[in-house]
Design a protein around this ligand. Structure first.
Ligand code: ADP
Length: 588
């Protein structure tokens, strides 16, 4: 680019100089030639007139001839470049100093002079191989043309001068040409260098180098261009930085989000996916919309494209054991043309499960409340129908109503407790407490109940006393009570219940093991669920709500602990409650 501009500038410059030189040279040469012509004309005119005028006063033809001869002789001495001829009436040369081969002149000037006329146009005569200008004047005697003075002016000198001038001119033109080329190159360099720099800089910019600055060397157009260019580079750099950091941020989000993202081009080929999508959909070997979603969605890609044109399309699919919410939307380029489709995959399995659990829970609560209410209502109706009169029956019925009322109260209390635990509304009064003391007290309290069933409830204290944890003593006691009472409730008479406290580096483990009815393998994982009871009727009979273990589990979790159970049918059940030791729960 710069090269072509440079050569264009140089050639324009040189051409201009040449034109000026040639025009002015031609003018000078023409003018010089004209001047020389004029000077020669003037000289021959003067010479002729002078000679002619010398004979004005002569009285005889002979005298005229003599004077003319004399004058020509004298005059010729002064006019070395001219030749003066004396012609008679028949235009024949009768006198001349310079030797001459030609004897007669019949030129327009001579003819005109013979007739006493004057002709402004000079003759052009060639004589002895030389060029001359010719001028003739008549010598009039007694009103007749006696002689004609014919003067020839030599043109050779003019031509020589002109040639010399032209030579000098040509030399000047040649020198000017070379100088013009050199200066042109220097000047064009001066102009094109900043442009070349800009161009190089622009090339760097296309390669991503936006941090270099050009020096503004002048305040002309090129200087302004450079300044604008720098400005442009700065704002481009800023924009690019912004876009890059935005892109990086998005990339990180894209890589780490839990929702799967797939991007399809206009033909349905997958052009992007994030790790979550690979995990959710098992994309191995799949690369197009058709391959990934056939069997899960009724729409083919063309239909989907049609459908997302107006608003995003979403659908829930069941993938194996999982529920996914799939969401499709168009993505556009900067001209607002649709480029393809983005697909977001949300795993809503947990959500679904919670939804199910919630439904189940509501159904359970209603059921649990309806049973005692039905009992209360039917007993009350029976009483009203007349049973009231029989005091004994009435007392029995009222006792049942009272019992059912108590059951409902317990149930509602348990529910409230759970709900508070869920909403973190229960304020745990965390403190440094002695685990073995609470456990021992608890076992003590249940000795009477165990004795009623003739069960042996034995407590094995830890080897080292003073097992301290950070916890809420009331809540911990609540958990122990629940587990020990369950062991008593779900074990037959004359069985053995053992309670022990073990310690390890990191935790204390309370183990409550009974030799009761046990829990089946299928039921065991579910006993911590709300309202889950292995034998509903029996549990209810024993005053259970099915919420005790759920509450115990929540409380254990709030203490950073765990609750686990092992069981074998008809052999017995063992519950393990592990509490982290003091140092491990510093956060609480
Ligand atoms: P419930 O109020 O019915 O006792 P829990 O939540 O305390 O409710 O216990 C849930 C269920 O787990 C009980 O209904 C019972 O079927 C079973 N279960 C709990 N502890 C024992 C145990 N020690 N032996 C056998 N089954 C038990």
């Amino acid at each position: 680019m710069s090269k072509s501009i440079r050569w264009r500038l140089v050639s324009m410059y040189v051409l201009l100089v040449l034109i000026v030189m040639i025009v002015s040279g031609t003018l000078i040469v023409t003018l010089t030639r004209q001047n020389e012509y004029d000077a020669i004309e003037e000289r021959i005119r003067t010479a002729a007139s002078y000679v002619t005028n010398q004979v004005a006063d002569e009285t005889s033809e002979e005298a005229v001839f003599t004077v003319l001869k004399q004058t020509i002789e004298n005059t010729q001495l002064q006019y070395l470049n001219e030749r003066i001829f004396l012609l008679d009436k028949s235009s024949t040369v009768v006198y001349s100093i310079t030797p001459l081969e030609e004897k007669e002149f019949y030129t327009p000037q001579v003819v005109s002079a013979q007739n006493k006329g004057t002709l402004s146009q000079m003759d052009k005569v060639e004589l002895d191989g030389k060029k001359y200008l010719g001028y003739a004047t008549p010598v009039v005697f007694e009103d007749k043309v006696l002689y004609v003075i014919y003067v020839l002016g030599d043109l050779t000198s003019i031509n020589a001068n002109i040639r010399e001038a032209i030579m000098v001119m040509l030399l000047a033109v040649a020198v000017a040409f070379i100088v013009a080329i050199i200066l042109g190159i220097l000047f064009s360099d001066f102009i094109t260098r900043p442009i070349a720099l800009l161009s190089r800089r622009a090339r760097d910019m296309t390669r991503g180098r936006l941090d270099m600055k050009l020096k503004v060397q002048s305040d002309d157009e090129i200087g302004q261009l450079t300044a604008n260019f720098n400005q442009m580079a700065v704002s481009l750099n800023d924009t690019l930085n912004e876009i890059t950091s935005e892109k990086n941020k998005l990339e990180i989000v894209f890589q780490n989000m839990s929702d799967g993202i797939l991007v399809f081009d206009w033909k349905g080929e997958m052009i992007h996916n994030n790790p979550a999508s690979v995990k959710l959909l098992d994309l191995e070997g799949l690369s197009s919309y058709q391959e990934i979603f056939s069997g899960y969605l009724d729409l083919d890609y063309a239909e989907l494209r049609e459908s997302v044109q107006e608003h995003p399309y979403s659908h829930i699919i069941i993938f194996g054991e999982k529920f996914y919410n799939i969401y499709f939307a168009n993505f556009m380029n900067q001209y607002d043309e649709a480029m393809g489709i983005i697909c977001v995959i949300q795993d809503i399995t947990e959500h679904k499960r919670l939804e199910e659990m919630q439904k189940e829970f509501v159904a359970n609560v209603s059921h649990e409340l309806r049973t005692p209410l039905t009992t209360i209502k039917s007993y009350a109706e029976t009483l009203l129908d007349g049973a009231m009169d029989d005091r004994e029956t009435a007392e029995r019925f009222l006792a049942v109503i009272n019992n059912e009322g108590d059951r409902m109260t317990t149930l509602v209390q348990d529910l409230l407790e759970l709900s508070r635990l869920d909403n973190k509304q229960i304020r745990m009064v965390m403190q440094d407490m002695n685990l073995e003391l609470i456990l021992e007290e608890c076992v003590e309290k249940y000795q009477i109940q165990a004795a009623r069933k003739e069960q042996r409830l034995i407590y094995y204290p830890p080897e080292k006393k003073n097992c301290r944890i950070i916890g809420d003593p009331n809540r911990v006691e609540q958990v122990f009570k629940n587990i020990i009472s369950n062991a008593i409730k779900y074990s037959g008479e004359k069985t053995l219940i053992e309670v022990s406290l073990l310690e390890s580096d990191r935790k204390y483990k309370v183990v409550v093991s009974d030799s009761g009815m046990g829990i089946s393998r299928e039921d065991l994982p579910r006993i911590f669920e709300r309202f889950y009871r292995v034998d509903k009727a029996r549990s209810r009979e024993l005053g259970g709500t099915g919420l005790g273990l759920a509450i115990a589990k929540e409380i254990m979790e709030l203490h950073g602990g765990r609750i686990e159970a092992e069981s074998e049918m008809e052999k017995g059940t063992t519950f393990y409650l592990s509490f982290p030791r003091q140092q491990a729960v510093t956060g609480l």
